[in-house]
Design a protein around this ligand. Structure first.
Ligand SMILES: N[C@@H](CCC(=O)N[C@@H](CS)C(=O)NCC(=O)O)C(=O)O
Length: 278
């Protein structure tokens, strides 16, 4: 009998490498669900500007939210990022999503892609006009990439209870610094509108609730706090809602991280080896 999930003799179920040959292990979704699926379907027509993405990926989610917030026309193309289709490798030899194709040009890296969309000067600007506020937005985006996101994965991948306590504390500390730097009234980072820094963090705000809460008991924001105001505003954004799948997709797609399973991803390897993001 095949070890690769051919159990009923009719249908051969191909397992993903992260499942370690065990069909009972959850793996990543290969198609969005819920509101995100509706958006993906409505953005499936051929277009010059293409976002190659994977539905569970928070780095893709950033670029997707940016496109929606800006109100640009684009095509969303779902790719199975761990099987590295040629159309992805042609743009990004590292085989990571998100990747963007615009005409015959392509590029990758979520923050770079958000800057590229900004530089097109079409639709709503997400970076403020004032050079000092622009610099500050980039500084806090760097904080998110360099500190908050690695801490999120360190905590999620930690298997020992004392490591989990330690990494939860680190993550809270890094989030607190961003909250202290935010406009005091909010609800967003720079005030009443959702801008660049909010979009950079939004996918992980969604995943604190949908992944860290069920897998690690991440607490709800303290009622009445500035952090609660920020979280609720991000979660309530139409662009975030339209690009977010149903809860089950995140539960399934992140089980491999929560179990720190081998062959999960380049993110897992980078975090386990003590480095930054890939
Ligand atoms: N620094 C990259 C990180 C992108 C990234 O790690 N994407 C993951 C999916 S969430 C990926 O493509 N993984 C493929 C792999 O591990 O081989 C960015 O900001 O775009």
């Amino acid at each position: 009998m095949s070890t690769n999930g051919a159990s009923n003799g009719f249908q051969k179920q191909e397992l993903d490498p992260n499942q370690g040959g065990d069909p009972n292990k959850k793996t990543y979704n290969k198609q969005a669900t819920g509101e995100a699926l509706k958006t993906a379907q409505s953005r499936s027509a051929e277009h010059d500007l293409k976002l190659y993405g994977s539905c569970f990926c928070p780095f893709v989610h950033r670029v997707w939210i940016s496109l929606e917030l800006k109100g640009l026309d684009y095509q969303y193309v779902e790719v199975d990022v761990y099987r590295k289709p040629k159309l992805l490798l042609d743009i990004n030899p590292r085989g990571l999503v998100p990747a963007l194709r615009h005409g015959d040009w392509g590029c990758y890296e979520s923050t770079v892609l958000m800057e590229y969309l900004e530089d097109l000067q079409q639709g709503r600007a997400l970076l403020p006009r004032d050079p000092k506020l622009r610099a500050s937005s980039r500084l806090w985006s760097d904080h998110i990439n360099r500190h908050i996101i690695p801490a999120f994965y360190r905590y999620l991948q930690a298997q020992e209870a004392d490591d989990q306590v330690k990494f939860a504390g680190e993550l809270k500390g890094h989030i607190s610094k961003a909250v202290d730097a935010a406009d005091s009234e909010g609800p967003f980072f720079l005030g009443k509108d959702m801008t660049f820094v909010d979009v950079q963090l939004a996918p992980w705000i969604v995943r604190l609730e949908k992944v860290l809460k069920p897998y690690r008991g991440w607490p709800d924001p303290e009622p009445g706090s500035r952090w609660e105001k920020w979280v609720r505003a991000v979660e309530g954004s139409e662009a975030v809602k339209k690009t977010t799948s149903d809860d089950q997709l995140y539960l399934d797609s992140y089980e491999r991280y929560a179990e720190n399973r081998p062959n999960t991803s380049q993110v897992r390897e980078a975090i386990n080896s003590g480095g930054g993001l890939p």
